[in-house]
Each structure stands twice: as C-alpha cells, then as structure tokens.
Write a new protein. Structure first.
Length: 135
C-alpha cells in the first residue's frame, strides 16, 4: 500500500501522459489491484485520495493542488463531457478536475475488483459509472 501511495502521488503531481490515456488509466488501476488496493476515492476539492485495501487497510495521499470549489448543483452530462475531453488528451489532469468540480462532482471512486469508475456529487448520488476498460 505504501508503494501505491508513492505511485499515485508521483504520477498525479507530474500529470504523466500515461494517466491521461485510456490504456494508461486501465494499466494504473490493474497495478493498484496488484498492490492490494480494492478501491480508491479521489476527491476533486484538493486532489487527495483514499486507498482502501483488505482488512480495512487505508492509505491517504496528500493534496495535490489548490482547493477547487465543488458546485452544489450536479450535471452528469457536463461531467461526462469533461471526462471525454480528458480521455481524448485535450485537457490536463487539473483542467479535468476543475471541469468535474464545476459539474458538481465531489469525488470519483475506482473499484479495482470490478474495474469500474464512478463519479459522485456532494449528496453521494452517483452521476455516472463506467467500466474502466470500456473507454
């Protein structure tokens, strides 16, 4: 889990191109799974993540960017547009994060066992869910 923490923070801080691609993200999720991560939540407000493993093991990464305001209203179509732009390589990690925050996304959750990616608003409503490999 400590290695996972290091990989995540280093990759996010550098905004590596591989995480901005569909294939790169899928490989990243599989690598986290191999390290024992069962799911992680990434919070748009400051970019920190909470990695959860077996037996309640948890690692929390530090913030990776300045605080972003999260919209009180949620718009799943707008959120999907921002994800699509990022998947096409048209936005940086921070630009995508700002767009998702403006769309009301508080966090995204990746389930490494089911290979799913889901976005949630402040009330915990699921705005969208996709299979990681479907992009």
């Amino acid at each position: 889990m400590v290695e996972c923490f290091y990989v995540y923070t280093r990759a996010t801080q550098r905004d590596t191109p591989c995480l901005g691609t569909i294939e790169g993200f899928s490989q990243y999720v599989r690598a986290l799974q191999a390290l024992g991560v069962e799911k992680y939540d990434s919070y748009l407000a400051d970019g920190h993540a909470e990695f959860l493993g077996k037996d309640g093991h948890k690692v929390v990464s530090p913030s990776v960017h300045d605080t972003l305001p999260i919209s009180d209203g949620s718009d799943s179509e707008k959120a999907q547009e921002h994800l699509d732009l990022h998947n096409q390589g048209k936005t940086s990690y921070l630009e995508m994060s700002k767009g998702l925050a403006d769309s009301g996304v508080e966090k995204w959750t990746v389930d490494t066992n089911n290979m799913t990616f889901a976005c949630y608003d402040k009330q915990g409503n699921e705005l969208l869910m996709e299979e990681v490999d479907s992009w």
